[in-house]
Design a protein around this ligand. Structure first.
Ligand SMILES: *Cc1c(COP(=O)(O)O)cnc(C)c1O
Length: 385
């Protein structure tokens, strides 16, 4: 046995300034306590602040016989785990998106590592944006299909790759996110819909950071860009703005039936706890009500980007995820420490997760944080060198 291999690798990670530890964090709404310090949590995915919205929880408890809902499904959906709330949630999702069908999964990770491998074979091609999430990359690795990547958001590159390669394959899947979590930038979904039609491909859009946040009713960028109908697979997670757990795809009935029969990450895992599915469905049905929160979130993000630019810093994107570029890994780590010392919890994202010398602080905004608290952050940023 060789243990030295693991210590050596960990040393390498430390030398590169990338060593990670699990923090012991206490939560109090949008505040967190870490090592005796109270800080604003600017690193969560609780974009609407629903995880600590007492009125919403109270209403859920009033409407729901929670004592009748188990904390575990105790088996897969394909065995006896398919509690009735699953079907109700899927019907609501399909109705909201006006799609034929919806299918719910244990997490976004389960959805993304399972759907593409189930639907593709050696005769197919998956062509994905260069910056798609690790779960999609793992899904592509598990798939038998050929895989190509196009430059981030570069639809001309995508077109040229399709021109070159489309003919060789039976089915082609174009894969993108809608809001990308490193730069907070957005895919042009309408353009991708044009391309998928032109090249007779399927379009798969991961809206993990956009569901709840974008679109009048919170259905995501596909709603905002009015192209729900044309997207073959819209994936969303319930673990972010929904303040819950789980994920979904909306798609054709045919694909739902196919996934139920073949998707390993659906079949070979325990179903979500019924209590959790009931909460998700409750939140889903309230999503249209949170329009004001979505507007507030977008406004705060605009303000933060402006403050950064006005103070000579580089930022990017057009969403509630706002990067603050620092340069080297070390400077992003130092900036994160300085932020923490001043009561702001925002984590650095370093090379190799992002390109070299593009290490950054990633501000992940939350609509529940009061404007005064954001003002303190803006003031702090205004006083930096
Ligand atoms: C968070 C995330 C996922 C994973 O979703 P979970 O429900 O947390 O497993 C998938 N895709 C993207 C783009 C994400 O940001």
């Amino acid at each position: 046995m060789n243990l030295e291999r693991y210590t050596h690798k960990l040393e390498k990670i430390k030398e590169a300034g990338n060593y990670r530890k699990l923090r012991n964090i206490q939560h109090n709404g949008f505040l967190i306590h870490d090592a005796g310090r109270e800080m604003l949590n600017l690193s969560s995915n609780d974009y609407l602040g629903l995880s600590s919205y007492p009125k919403l929880l109270e209403e859920f408890y009033e409407q729901t016989d929670v004592k009748a809902l188990p904390y575990s499904a105790v088996s897969s959906r394909l065995l006896s785990g398919n509690h009735e709330y699953y079907g109700m949630l899927e019907t609501d999702l399909a109705d909201l998106y006006a799609k034929e069908a919806a299918l719910v999964f244990t997490s976004g990770y389960h959805a993304n590592i399972g759907i593409l491998p189930a639907l593709t074979s050696k005769r197919d091609l998956i062509i994905a944006d260069k910056l798609v999430h690790a779960s999609l990359i793992d899904g592509m690795r598990l798939s038998e299909a050929e895989m190509l990547r196009y430059h981030h958001l570069d639809t001309e590159h995508l077109r040229s790759l399709l021109k070159q390669h489309r003919e060789k394959y039976e089915n082609v899947f174009i894969v993108t996110e809608s809001v990308f979590s490193m730069d907070g930038d957005l895919a042009d979904l309408q353009e991708l819909c044009e391309i998928k039609k032109e090249f007779e491909a399927f379009l798969y859009v991961d809206e993990a950071h956009a569901v709840g946040v974008r679109g009048t009713n919170g259905l995501g960028c596909s709603e905002e860009q009015a192209c729900i109908e044309d997207i073959d697979f819209i994936v969303g997670t319930f673990g972010k703005a929904f303040a819950s757990m789980g994920a979904f795809v909306v798609c054709r009935e045919l694909f739902k039936a196919f996934l139920v029969n073949t998707q390993r990450s659906l079949i070979f895992t325990t179903a979500l706890p019924p209590i959790n599915v009931a909460w998700t469905r409750f939140v889903l049905n309230h999503m249209p009500d949170f329009y004001e929160l979505r507007i507030k979130l977008a406004h705060t993000a605009d303000q933060l980007r402006k403050v950064l630019v006005d103070n000579g810093f580089e930022t990017r994107g057009n969403s509630h995820i706002v990067p603050f570029l620092c340069g080297s890994n070390e400077s992003s780590v130092e900036m994160a420490e300085l932020l923490r010392d001043n009561g702001f919890f925002a984590l650095p994202v370093r090379y190799p997760t992002v390109p070299k010398n593009e290490a950054r602080i990633r501000f992940s905004l939350n609509a529940a944080i009061p404007a005064e608290d954001y003002e303190c952050l803006f003031e702090f940023l205004g006083c930096l060198e």
